[in-house]
Design a protein around this ligand. Sequence first.
Ligand SMILES: *Cc1c(COP(=O)(O)O)cnc(C)c1O
Length: 475
Amino acid sequence: MTFDLTSADREATWPKLVRQLEHFYTENRHKRMSSLPDRQEVVDSLIQTFDSPIPIQEAIDHVIEGLSAHAVQVTNPNYYGMFNPRTSFPSIIADVITAVFNPQLAAWSHAPFAVEIEHLLIQTIGQKFGFPADKIDGVFATGGQEAHITAVLAALNYAFPTYKSTGIYGCQNRPIIYASASSHHAIIKAARVCGLGSDLVRLIPVDHEERMIIPALKKQLALDVFNGHQPLLVLATLGTTGSGAIDDIKQIASLKKKYNFWLHADAAYGGGAILSTQYAHLLKGIELADSITFDAHKWLSVPMAASLFICQHPYALANTFSISANFMPGDEDEIDRLSSYTHSIQWSRRFIGLKLYLPLLVFGWQGYDEVITRQIDLGNYLRIQLLQNGWKIYNNSKLPIICFTDIKYEYDEKFNQFIYNSFLDSGDAWIINYPCNGKETLRACVTNYATNESHIQNLIHSLNEKRAFYAAQHS
Ligand SMILES: *Cc1c(COP(=O)(O)O)cnc(C)c1O
């Protein structure tokens, strides 16, 4: 037995697999959203031992069956949950190609074509966000979480020049991180991973639209400085996960002069708006950030795990990750600086950038512009439909995230849970519960480029039907 299998095996496997995947890619649009899994049933469905090898086709069938039966079908256009996309066809092909070639991106010399593609994308997208071309640096990461950790480490090395060798013990003052109370908890995990601990993360209160209250941030900064701490990093969220709130990044940036913190923009989701000619203005001020987290595996519709960390400090990453002890920014070799092992958390590294490069080649910026603009417009369409059908909306985001419930059941805690559960039962769409501004709501997000007006109409129809059922039971 060779790990290549035989050429006859491969020639039988590829075309069959293409048919199976193509079937899933098209038919999954009509499938129910999920099963209600019983853990034992899922565990029992695995092949538990590896003592008697099976033919590859049998193994593939087994996996496709399991993933079809036991997963929330996030690629289905009726999925209105978190930002898990349907993956574009070129991005899927990119991951297949990457797996076959398996380029090693740790060092430029091992995979120069791949490293240069990632470099180009970081540069180009950094410029889209308004960073000056000669200042841009960055790296592909596995997700927003890794990009956030990269940001905290870059900020630490920036604020404490000896951090690389002394670590947190070399910091005279406690480094403090600030983020809104509605920010993604990835920043808390980043603080833990970097050895700061979650106690050093200040969660600043938010206003009725879940945006950071700037006077509250000012007050906290002043208090921490008074107590001898050092403001390290302020996280401005441009598109919160829950309700799509956008922090006032310009106001936050205006405090940099006084407090000298690193300003990190969390545009993990909302960053996609920069590619929409019509809606890019929603992110105005992002060019003032020191660095940005932007997930490609959310609004750019590529398979996990793909995120971008982009900063406008050309030596921040090298300062943070270079493992050469006598590193001198001025003397470094430009090509060496592109090598990701001196440049990022990871060492051996997958070619993440290809799943963005290939769709960009095929669709161009114009394709992304159209798709993202259309999703924002569809969000507005959903808003109007909800209002016309007697639902009340609780958030005021311009992004396609809508938090709503029926005003009649505003104070009935069971109502939203009932609606959520009946979607689980019926499987015709997937929405979630979210406490928007402290109020339990239903949350629907247009996050799938295949979603269209008829899907939205079906969603409204289902919502109305489930509400009527609830009303009948509770009258
Ligand atoms: C998803 C998300 C994150 C975390 O990113 P991952 O890619 O899941 O690691 C951080 N911030 C925001 C606003 C997000 O939506």
